[in-house]
Design a protein around this ligand. Structure first.
Ligand SMILES: Nc1ncnc2c1ncn2[C@@H]1O[C@H](COP(=O)(O)OP(=O)(O)OP(=O)(O)O)[C@@H](O)[C@H]1O
Length: 599
């Protein structure tokens, strides 16, 4: 026999006694009907009668009447459904505690299927999130690696509002926890770090953990956004919060009564958001000059929605993780806690090498090379550069049986040249003979690959001049690139936000690669005067005030609505750096590059 506090009461009596609570708090009616019907407690006609009843509360009354007519077993099963599908009947969980409900052995063997739209949507989100996050995209579309086979922890330093260290996060699953929160009123967890330090991968891992229920949170919804997505909207475009969530993540199925959205509004603490790459939209936010939106029903510009979410004007209490490059400022009152990504420690680097190379002999050879070159090793604390370096080692080994990089003192320029060589040699080589490795001849590879390389460089420069990281098929063709060139790996498709079914757009594998190629285009163009090589320097010298977004647009009431071509500066710094490196090879060595890179 199951237990309820009013020990002598029958389940039927409990339903009568607590009828008011049940009528006012029971929401997901379909799930109750589905299960009652599957177990034969109600027939099709009963279901129709309930569904034809006008209001939700009257529907609950009808169901209560029905189960009470069917007897004790039906009444207990009704309570058992509420007990089992706790997400959907979250409002009634305190009531179950109050009556001290424990299922009887008889009812515990009965099946309950969760057909509630909220739970189903949560499952759908988890499923899609798991599918979308289980691979790390590398080498364009050429090669994808399972996240779990390559993900390595990085140093995650907790900071206070004065950027003083509060220690290090032990593991990523604690990111959403209360540890090191310096401003409980703040709504946003701010993760910052240099280009390529692994901010996006960290979010990907976080999303993947949530999809597998491996994250310390009881959030049942998780919405992920790349901030650059917000740039695809025209200035005049307006959307609702519902569209932002569902259209740009995933739609709830079978939810005629909008229960999912209502639930999100009622229980925002059950929602996690990640917004990746705030630096990419900082200037766009500067231009917004209308007051913040606070109504979840209103349509407004998506950037307004973003600001309202980050400030907690919308869905207050939801958890938000925002990433940005080092140097981007947010007002402290918005920030709940701050995490600075510091890249791989020597121990992480060792783990990462071991994941890359299965054979002990190879691991040792690579480690010896890295130990012999402190500059190279320094670069490898940044996961992106580490990935390039290790890929290059692997490529040299596969193609030429060698594990030796050309110089012991290596600059970023060398690293990107090596990456380009790897890409270009893919097109040049027929499969290497099983017995004989080819002899490496970098100059020959570049000579043969000059046409596509110059075309990619032109494309990169044009994008840089426009302040754009996305290129259309048309621009690609105009630069003389063929379909075959696209498979080299310099570009990767960006299709995630192309809901209109329009032609595909592309982005460079990484923004630093685009910067390098843009610099390459400048030095390639022999017609250009020497001073034009450094043309982005003037842009970077217009140093901007650190922004106190997301509030300063309220203060600066009117700003020009025209978008400036040079929105952010770091990639331009990088282009300048590469241009000056290329102009005088070997001058700023890797460590120097690293310092400039952080400017
Ligand atoms: N934790 C990690 N484990 C393994 N590889 C990583 C990790 N972090 C980053 N990488 C590698 O570095 C590359 C770049 O990482 P990511 O795109 O996350 O950098 P980022 O900090 O978001 O850069 P940006 O500021 O330019 O957007 C990844 O594609 C991946 O190959």
């Amino acid at each position: 026999m199951g237990q309820i506090e009013e020990a002598n009461m029958s389940y039927g009596d409990v339903l009568t006694y607590h009828r008011e609570v049940l009528v006012s708090r029971l929401r997901s009616i379909q799930c109750i009907l589905d299960n009652l019907s599957a177990c034969g407690f109600v027939c099709e006609e009963d279901v129709e009668i309930v569904q034809q009843t006008a209001t939700k509360t009257d529907q609950v009354r009808k169901i209560l009447d029905l189960v009470q007519c069917k007897g004790e077993e039906a009444c207990e099963y009704f309570i058992y459904i509420i007990y089992k599908v706790c997400d959907a009947y979250i409002d009634l969980q305190p009531w179950l505690k109050e009556i001290n409900y424990n299922p009887s052995n008889d009812v515990a063997v009965m099946e309950v299927v969760n057909t509630d739209p909220i739970s189903r949507y949560s499952e759908k989100l988890r499923h899609e999130m798991s599918r979308d996050t289980c691979f790390i995209m590398s080498y364009g579309q050429r090669e994808e690696t399972r996240l779990e086979e390559l993900y390595t922890d990085t140093l995650m330093e907790l900071l206070n509002d004065c950027n003083e260290s509060l220690g290090f996060l032990e593991s990523l699953d604690q990111l959403l926890g209360d540890n090191a929160v310096f401003n409980p009123e703040g709504e946003t967890i701010f993760v910052m770090g240099d280009a390529g330090v692994g901010k996006s991968i960290l979010l990907q891992k976080l999303q993947n953990l949530w999809s597998k229920k491996g994250l310390q949170t009881d959030a049942i919804f998780f919405f992920k956004f790349r901030c650059r997505m917000f740039r695809i909207f025209k200035d005049t475009e307006q959307i609702s919060l519902r569209d932002l969530l569902f259209k740009y993540n995933c739609y709830p199925d079978h939810d005629p009564d909008n229960e999912v959205f209502d639930y999100i509004l009622r229980f925002p603490e059950k929602v996690v958001f990640t917004f990746d790459g705030y630096d990419e939209i900082q200037e766009d936010l500067d231009m917004i000059n209308v007051p913040e939106v606070v109504s979840p029903e209103d349509k407004t510009h998506p950037l307004q929605l973003l600001i309202s979410l980050l400030c907690g004007k919308l869905l207050k209490g939801s958890q938000k993780v925002l990433t940005a490059r080092t140097g981007v400022e947010l007002q402290s009152r918005v920030i709940r806690k701050k995490v600075a990504l510091r890249g791989f420690s020597p121990a992480h680097l060792k783990t990462y090498i071991n994941l890359h190379f299965k054979e002990q002999e190879h691991r040792e050879l690579v480690s010896v090379q890295l130990d012999a070159s402190p500059h190279l090793c320094g670069l490898c604390s940044t996961p992106l550069f580490c990935w390039i370096v290790l890929k290059s080692f692997r490529h040299l080994h596969t193609m030429h049986d060698s594990f030796y990089l050309p110089e012991t003192c290596i600059t970023l320029t060398d690293i990107f040249l090596l990456l380009s060589e790897v890409f270009l040699s893919h097109s040049a080589s027929s499969a290497p003979s099983l017995l004989k490795k080819s002899t490496r001849c970098a100059s020959e590879t570049f000579r043969r690959g000059l046409r596509p390389l110059a075309a990619f460089a032109k494309l990169a420069l044009q994008g840089m001049e426009r302040g754009s990281f996305i290129c259309s098929q048309e621009e690609i063709t105009e630069c003389g690139l063929t379909e075959e060139d696209l498979t080299l790996g310099f570009l990767r498709p960006v299709s995630e936000y192309d809901t209109s079914g329009g032609p595909a757009t592309f982005e460079f594998l990484h923004i630093t690669l685009q910067s390098f190629l843009a610099a390459f285009a400048l030095v390639l163009d022999q017609q250009d005067a020497a001073n034009s090589i450094l043309k982005f320097f003037t842009e970077c010298s217009r140093k901007r005030q650190p922004s106190c977004l997301p509030f300063d647009f309220c203060i600066n009431a009117s700003k020009p609505s025209e978008k400036k071509p040079f929105d952010t500066y770091e990639h331009l710094q990088f282009t300048n750096l590469q241009a000056s490196c290329s102009d005088n090879r070997g001058m700023p060595k890797a460590a120097g590059c690293q310092v400039c890179f952080e400017l």
